[in-house]
Design a protein. Structure first.
Length: 312
C-alpha cells in the first residue's frame, strides 16, 4: 500500500447539507479521471471514497476507473453513515444496508476492501451503535467487504467505541497543527490491537502547504469555508513561516513541505498511511514522490514548528 494514498472527497464537487458546505468547488470530472489514471500508473493504488461525496458521484468516477484498470489492482475503501435517508438519525440499519448495496453498484464491484462507519455519532448514549456494528459485520460475513473500518474527526471518539466496533482499520483526522493521535491514547490502542491506520486530511485541506497568504473564502459548497483556520490571519501567517522553515530544512527532498507534514505523521506509526486529496495529475505526481517517513528528530521538529498554542 502506498504511504500517501488517494482521497477522492473533492471528486464529488461542491455540495451542501443542512446549510453547511460539505464538498469541494472547482473540480471537474475530466481532471478527476486523469488523476485516477495517473495514480494507478504511479502505484498509488489505495483509493478512498464515500457514498456522500457528491451524493455518490465520486464513487461513480472511481467505479469507472476501476473498470478500466482492473478491480483487483486497487485497495478500495468507502464509507457509510452520513446519509440519514428517510431516517431521523444516523445509522438506521435498513438504511445502511441499502446504502452499502448502492455503493457497491456505483463502484461496480461485489466487494470493497474496507467499509468504514463514517463517524462516531451513534445517538444519545451511543444507542444506535450496536445496530450499526451488526450491519457492518454482516456485510463482512456476506463478502461485501474484506475489512471493517471506523472513522471520525475526533480520536477520543474513536477510542470511546473502539472495542465495541472492533474494526480492522481506523481512519482518524491527523495533521501536524492539531495532533491528538498519541495524547488521546488511540496510537497506543491501535498498536496493541495491530489495527491498520489511515490518517485523513493530513494537509488540512492544503492549508499546511503554506500557499495561502491571507484569509480566504471559497465558492458555496466548498468545505474549506467551514474551517475557521482559513479565516484566521494569524494562523495563516504562522503556517507560512513554518512552511518556509521546512523548505530550508528539507531542501534536498523533492517536495519539502509536503514531505515534512506527511512524513512527520508516518514516522511514529509504521502500520499507517495518509490520505491526500490528489485532485489533479500534478498533485498525484507530487504525492508519489513524497512517500517517505521522516527521522524521529525531524518529525519532532516539524510538529513543533507547525503547532501554535490556541490555534484553530
Amino acid at each position: 500500500m502506498s504511504a500517501l494514498s488517494l482521497g477522492t472527497w473533492a471528486f464529488g464537487g461542491a455540495g451542501q447539507d443542512d446549510g453547511r458546505d460539505v464538498g469541494w468547488a472547482g473540480q471537474d470530472d475530466a481532471t478527476s479521471r486523469a488523476a485516477l489514471r495517473v495514480a494507478h500508473s504511479l502505484e498509488i493504488r489505495h483509493w478512498d471514497t464515500a457514498d456522500v461525496y457528491g451524493q455518490g458521484h465520486a464513487e461513480e468516477l472511481v467505479g469507472e476507473a476501476l473498470k478500466a484498470v482492473g478491480r483487483e489492482t486497487v485497495f478500495l475503501g468507502t464509507k457509510v453513515g452520513w446519509d440519514r435517508g428517510a431516517a431521523d438519525h444516523y445509522y438506521e440499519p435498513r438504511t445502511m444496508a441499502r446504502q452499502i448495496d448502492a455503493s457497491l453498484r456505483r463502484l461496480g464491484t461485489e466487494t470493497v476492501d474496507v467499509l468504514y462507519l463514517h463517524h462516531c455519532d451513534f445517538g444519545p448514549e451511543d444507542r444506535y451503535l450496536d445496530g450499526a456494528v451488526d450491519v457492518l459485520h454482516a456485510a463482512k460475513r456476506a463478502g461485501k467487504t474484506r475489512f471493517v473500518g471506523l472513522s471520525d474527526w475526533s480520536c477520543e471518539a474513536i477510542v470511546r467505541v473502539l472495542e465495541r466496533v472492533n474494526p480492522d482499520i481506523v481512519q482518524p483526522l491527523r495533521d501536524v497543527s492539531r495532533d491528538d493521535f498519541v495524547s488521546s491514547g488511540l496510537a497506543r490502542r491501535c498498536a496493541q490491537r495491530d489495527d491498520g491506520v489511515v490518517f485523513f486530511s493530513p494537509l488540512r485541506h492544503g492549508l499546511l502547504l503554506g500557499k495561502y497568504r491571507e484569509p480566504t473564502s471559497f465558492a458555496v459548497g466548498d468545505y474549506r469555508n467551514e474551517d475557521p483556520a482559513f479565516g484566521d490571519a494569524g494562523f495563516i501567517e504562522h503556517v507560512g513561516h513554518a512552511a518556509q522553515q521546512c523548505r530550508q530544512r528539507f531542501s534536498d527532498l523533492p517536495h519539502p513541505v509536503l514531505n515534512a507534514v506527511t512524513g512527520a505523521l508516518l514516522e511514529d506509526t509504521p502500520n499507517a498511511c495518509a490520505l491526500v486529496g490528489q485532485r489533479t495529475p500534478r498533485h498525484v505526481r507530487s504525492a508519489a514522490a513524497a512517500q517517505v517517513a521522516l527521522a524521529s528528530v525531524d518529525a519532532a521538529w516539524v510538529r513543533a514548528v507547525f503547532r501554535q498554542p490556541g490555534a484553530c
